[in-house]
Write a protein that binds this ligand. Structure first.
Ligand SMILES: Cc1cc2nc3c(=O)[nH]c(=O)nc-3n(C[C@H](O)[C@H](O)[C@H](O)COP(=O)(O)OP(=O)(O)OC[C@H]3O[C@@H](n4cnc5c(N)ncnc54)[C@H](O)[C@@H]3O)c2cc1C
Length: 202
């Protein structure tokens, strides 16, 4: 059984962020196993958020909006901040940067096409099963998506997809939407709502 200091299960947004920080900060001797079922990465998602501080993979930011507009019923509020713009991350570029950082570290072992089936904490670390392979890691970070019971809705959206003859894009002001009703997943709903508004830019 191969043994590592750390293991990261899942190389999506969280796994790539973690692996990027590990590549930048861990001592050269540290060994890291990275397990991901995908064999190829492509731009599959859009991530938008307010940029509050410098981040490791800021080069993956593809657009910054210094102004934003919030519409609530008939009301509309606009704000501007050059210091804290609203930004869009290109997920394809984000994955590329994380994988490049990982590839530059000799003791980082990225296993693509590998699906983790179970993790079990033992006294000496964590045993990770992935198909026929079994690994051991001092610490393991599990970023696999939660299993959602059938017919469960975590979040849903209602709206219109408007197709225009020419691209419609406001490079200076992003228009965000507000949820109608507060619920436990309110922040996730709001974030994705903003992404829908930003989508014509992509
Ligand atoms: C169109 C769209 C827009 C979005 N916009 C935003 C946004 O603006 N802001 C925001 O915060 N969120 C947004 N989201 C939500 C976004 O998906 C999450 O924020 C983010 O991707 C969650 O990161 P994650 O690492 O937890 O999950 P993921 O990025 O989904 O990563 C999970 C990883 O685990 C891997 N995996 C799955 N099963 C296994 C297994 N058995 N073994 C090993 N690995 C496994 C997957 O292949 C994947 O790489 C958006 C989502 C979509 C679809």
């Amino acid at each position: 059984m191969k043994t590592y200091d750390y293991a990261v299960c899942g190389m999506g947004m969280a796994g790539c962020a973690l692996a990027g920080h590990m590549a930048a900060r861990l001592p050269e001797a540290a060994s890291v196993l990275l397990l991901e079922p995908r064999r190829h990465f492509q731009r599959d998602k859009s991530w938008c958020f307010w940029h509050l501080q410098r981040e490791l993979m800021d080069d993956a930011i593809s657009h910054r909006w210094p102004r934003w507009r919030v519409r609530w019923g008939k009301r509309s509020i606009e704000h501007e901040s050059l210091a804290f713009p609203y930004v869009h991350i290109d997920s394809g570029e984000y994955y590329r940067q994380a994988l490049t950082a990982v590839a530059e570290r000799g003791r980082f072992d990225l296993q693509l096409g590998t699906k983790v089936t179970s993790l079990a904490a033992q006294s000496g670390g964590v045993t990770i099963s992935a198909g026929d392979a079994i690994y051991n890691a001092g610490r393991a970070f599990d970023t696999r998506p939660l299993t959602v019971p059938r017919d469960t809705l975590l979040q849903h959206f209602r709206g219109w997809e408007v197709v225009t003859e020419h691209p419609v894009f406001e490079p200076d002001t992003v228009t965000t939407s507000q949820p109608r009703k507060c619920c436990s997943s309110v922040s996730r709903g709001r974030v994705s709502g903003r992404v829908s508004n930003a989508r014509p830019a992509l």
